[in-house]
Design a protein around this ligand. Structure first.
Ligand code: UDP
Length: 403
């Protein structure tokens, strides 16, 4: 219930949300992405759709379907937009389009506003019926392979607007562009308060020892999340501080590379009994919540990152965070205030040790981090922003502030 957020999220956000809900009441808001579970987009949509419905918006969430070939191609698109070198052939682009065409025949695309998440369903714009169409980019497009972004331009330019998580990702486009950071839900099973008993239950079930400090990263097994870099950093730390490393991740149906990366990670961990590689089933929200709460230090050592919801999740739990200085992570980690930004394995090891050896500083930064998330990265603020963009697009040229 929206009213449950009173006292947790900023009051102004809630008031504006109610007003925008009144203005857009009963209008249809369709979200489309490519996976129901795994990764940040699905995470947000699961929580956002019911809240939109509660404030009177007729919100729907559809997921496009595709074969293995489609997801191999879209992973290549994702990786190249994040800067990798690869080739996407004419046939691959053709398949990307054809799969979207098939989905367009199955999905009801009628709505007052349609928010298309990421490149996988971007070609759906070709089958647009009614309403405002907005393309929402969640990935780190700060340094894309130009050939790929140039190709996608044919789709992007047909939208009414584009939304990016970070200003540096925005491209020069002939359509309206907005910057909206993602968010976490403080009341979800992943982020709600847990009792000590609930946390112990999880550590016992997952057989995690609690006798030494835990270093944690929660992520899909994706090379851009740098899981092997974390193991290297842990090995440096371990020479001086006894600790445990947990890498927790579950597969995402639109990410075909997971297994291969997991193999690399296991090889890198070798037979160190203090490295725990946890393969969690989808929707292990309470387990992740508990792991984050039992950790002494939380990492998100990405080398490319759209936003990195896991950073806000950790900060909301008052945990000290260390993140790669990429993508949306510096939006969340104000270096030296709400956590530390790092650029290397050695840097990560240094900051882990700093937190382990200075518990007071770790607590102080954790507290600051939580307040920073409260003002900037809670779901009520993100819904407010989406509705504001939609309202602004519908009322172009008029006084949009006369709420
Ligand atoms: N997540 C999860 N289980 C996992 C790994 C990740 O539920 O095994 C969640 C994580 O808690 C976060 C989201 O998936 O909410 C990942 O979002 P993020 O923005 O950090 O990265 P993305 O996967 O979207 O690149």
């Amino acid at each position: 219930m929206i009213s449950d957020y009173a006292g947790i999220t900023p009051k102004g956000d809630l008031q504006l949300l109610q007003k925008l809900g009144e203005k857009l009441r009963n209008k249809a808001f369709l979200h489309i992405n490519s996976t129901r579970a795994g990764g940040g987009v699905a995470e947000i949509l699961q929580r956002m759709i019911p809240l939109l419905q509660e404030i009177g918006i007729s919100a729907r969430w559809e997921v496009i379907e595709g074969d293995d070939e489609f997801f191999n191609i879209t992973k290549k698109i994702h990786n190249t937009l994040q800067g990798n070198l690869d080739h996407i052939s004419k046939e691959m682009w053709g398949h990307h389009y054809e799969v979207n065409k098939r989905n367009a025949e199955k999905i009801n695309l009628e709505a007052d506003a349609v928010l298309i998440h990421d490149p996988q369903p971007a070609p759906l714009i070709e089958f647009r019926k009614t309403g405002k169409w907005i393309w929402r980019c969640h990935i780190d497009a700060s340094n894309p392979l130009e050939k790929v972004s140039d190709y996608l331009r044919r789709y992007w330019e047909k939208y009414d607007a584009a939304i990016f998580s970070v200003a540096r990702f925005a491209r020069s486009m002939p359509i309206d562009e907005f910057i909206i950071a993602p968010s976490i839900d403080p009341l979800s099973e992943k982020n709600r308060e847990l009792s000590d008993q609930e946390i112990s239950e999880v550590s016992e079930r997952l057989q995690i020892p609690r006798d030494r400090p835990i270093i944690l990263q929660v992520s899909r097994f994706d090379r851009f999340k740098d899981p092997t870099g974390i193991i290297k950093a842990y090995k440096i730390v371990k020479k001086y501080n006894d600790c445990i490393l947990i890498l927790a991740g579950s597969p995402a149906t639109d990410d075909p590379e997971g297994e291969e990366v997991l193999k690399e990670v296991k090889e890198c961990a070798a037979d160190d009994p203090d490295i725990f590689i946890l393969l969690l089933p989808p929707f292990s929200d309470r387990d992740i919540n508990a792991l984050q709460r039992m950790a002494r230090v939380i990492l998100q050592k990405s080398t490319r990152e759209g936003f990195g919801l896991t950073v806000s999740e950790a900060m909301w739990k008052g945990r000290p965070v260390i993140g790669g200085a990429v993508g949306g992570i510096p939006l969340q980690i104000v270096h030296g205030v709400t956590g530390f930004l790092v650029h290397s394995v050695e840097g990560a090891a240094f900051r882990i040790r700093q937190f382990l050896n200075n518990p007071d500083m770790a607590i102080r930064m954790g507290e600051k981090g939580k307040e920073y998330v409260r003002t900037n990265f809670l779901i009520t603020r993100q819904i407010r922003d989406y509705l504001s963009v939609w309202y602004a697009l519908e009322n172009k040229g008029r006084d949009i502030l006369e709420l």
